[in-house]
Design a protein around this ligand. Structure first.
Ligand code: 4NP
Length: 154
């Protein structure tokens, strides 16, 4: 199983979700069975490390995301990944706009697909403060725990 988390810039929300998913999946019986990556619908930050506030927030929760590098979503990702997990509705709309017709049902909201909240969005913390990054961490870590439950055999 291959999961791709998608946000706008790939320097805040999706790198944090990637880190939370790696950590929760790696500590579960699913370790080694699920690949996780992240990408942005925009390419402005391609090649960059995550936002330093995202790195600090993840580190506060024991997860190192400092080696991840931003990249833009590409057409190939629709072949490579089983699920494209979008942070918010704008991301969902943008990804659906370029998704091949046969892959549209694999483009979903992260929080909804995980079972955390129908229609739920991870709010963009880019122009916010540390508390906004903490809120993002709580949401993506809840999603990561719910993903482990969703993918675990009964
Ligand atoms: P992200 O946050 O989508 O969670 O990575 C953002 C990062 C950068 C920008 C917007 C959102 N930006 O406009 O540069």
């Amino acid at each position: 199983m291959k999961l791709l988390v998608v946000c706008l810039g790939n320097i805040c929300r999706s790198p944090m979700a990637e880190g939370a998913l790696r950590a929760r999946l790696g500590a579960s019986p699913l370790a080694g069975q699920v690949e996780v990556d992240s990408a942005g619908t925009g390419g402005w930050h391609a090649g960059e490390s995550p936002d330093r506030r995202a790195i600090a927030c993840a580190r506060d929760h024991g997860v190192d995301i400092g080696k991840q590098r931003a990249r833009q979503l590409s057409a190939r990702d629709f072949d490579t990944f089983d699920w494209l997990l979008c942070a918010d509705r704008a991301n969902l709309r943008d990804v659906l706009q370029i998704a091949p017709a046969t892959r549209r049902d694999r483009v979903v909201l992260l929080l909804e697909w995980a079972g955390v909240q129908a229609g739920g969005e991870v709010p963009d913390p880019y122009t916010g403060g540390p508390e906004d990054f903490q809120r993002v961490w709580r949401l993506v870590d809840s999603a990561a725990q719910a993903v482990v439950a969703r993918l675990s055999p009964e």
